[in-house]
Design a protein around this ligand. Structure first.
Ligand code: NAD
Length: 320
């Protein structure tokens, strides 16, 4: 089956992405699914970063990989988006390829679904104010998905480049919610904070986060990147998609390196979904989700899109 990139927007829904990501996080925590080691290479051509993220979900019978990366000159030179990825799925019974699926929009949807899953399972039920740090491409997807999880009454936002804030203000207005640009100390008003930037130095400090807040750190997916002060992780109960990635390429890499927390302090979100970890246990506890982005998320949403494409008769079938 081939599902071209341009078909994905009409096929995939936020609800289907949420369900796929929640299920695969649960399968990872129960030992039914695992991610393969990530390959990421600077290929020495067009300044591109190229790599593979793969895995196998025995519960969902999903096997495959996402191949792709970042081509920084695409937009300027060719009018193409800089992030390019494709998901390849294989039949786990035979090893035969089963699908090739456009992965660009799916990446945004699965990343937004991850923080949304964390909000469902870790944010206070009575959360009313959501704070956004970041206003780039991913931020709009993040906010749209998050707004579905609680009865939010207000969106507040801060961005390193303030001229980009209208991107998230637009999403708030679409949801008929007031939007207010704040400075970083103003984030203390938020009950849920999503951070989705490409920063290499922290913006959100521990003192900017009030008791009872849930923080989803979604931007840090590479060694060296950092969005929040390491001390915040020491103050919070830390959850992640994949502990090995959290301590190596995720937000927790810094707190672990500084000796503020240990690997054993980081919990899999899937265990909360499965009910083997209680998750939030008090209203004044700070919970923090370190969303590093795993291959299994990509495979899960790609597999869901293949089912939807077959159902709607738009999958291109090739005898291969
Ligand atoms: P983008 O280029 O569209 O936006 C970048 C954002 O980072 C903007 O809000 C920008 O103002 C902000 N920013 C840039 N420099 C900064 C600095 N020095 N300090 C603070 N903020 C700064 O990028 P995007 O596509 O929205 O991606 C954002 C981040 O999310 C990237 O780091 C990307 O690698 C990461 N990402 C993570 C996952 C995951 O699964 N965790 C998935 C996709 C993307």
């Amino acid at each position: 089956m081939i599902i071209p990139e341009q078909e994905i927007a009409d096929l995939m829904t936020r609800a289907a992405a949420f369900e796929a990501v929640e299920s695969v996080f649960a399968a990872m925590a129960s030992g039914d699914a695992y991610n393969f080691s990530v390959v990421r290479e600077a290929i020495g051509h067009e300044d591109a970063l190229y790599g593979f993220k793969g895995g196998f979900d025995k519960a969902g019978l999903t096997l495959g990989l996402k191949a792709g990366g970042y081509w920084p000159n695409n937009l300027e030179k060719r009018g193409l988006i800089n992030h390019q990825s494709t998901v390849f799925l294989f039949d786990p019974d035979t090893g035969k390829p089963s699908a090739m699926v456009g992965g660009n929009l799916l990446t945004a949807l699965r990343t937004a679904a991850a923080s949304s899953v964390s909000i469902k399972h870790l944010a206070r039920e009575n959360a009313t104010v959501i704070g956004m740090i970041g206003a780039g491409h991913q931020a709009t997807f993040q906010l749209r998905a998050a707004l579905e999880q609680r009865s939010f009454e207000k969106v507040i936002g801060w961005n390193y480049h303030p001229e980009m804030l209208p991107n998230i203000e637009k999403v708030a207005r679409e949801a008929v919610l007031p939007f207010e640009a704040v400075d970083l100390p103003g984030m203390v008003e938020a009950d849920v904070i999503i951070s989705i930037t490409s920063a290499f130095a922290p913006s959100l400090m521990a003192e900017h986060v009030g008791p009872g807040t849930h923080v989803a750190c979604m931007g840090t997916d590479t060694k060296g990147k950092q969005e929040v002060e390491a001390a915040l992780l020491a103050r919070a109960t830390v959850f992640t998609d994949e502990v090995a990635q959290s301590i190596s390429i995720g937000e927790a890499q810094h707190a672990v390196a500084e000796g503020l927390i240990e690997q054993s302090d980081i919990h899999q979100i899937g265990a909360v979904i499965n009910g083997t970890n209680p998750g939030r246990i008090s209203d004044d506890q700070i919970t923090l989700f370190d969303g590093t982005g795993v291959g299994l998320q990509d495979l899960a949403v790609a597999s869901a899109v293949v089912d939807l494409a077959v159902e709607k008769g738009v999958a291109i079938e090739v005898d291969f």
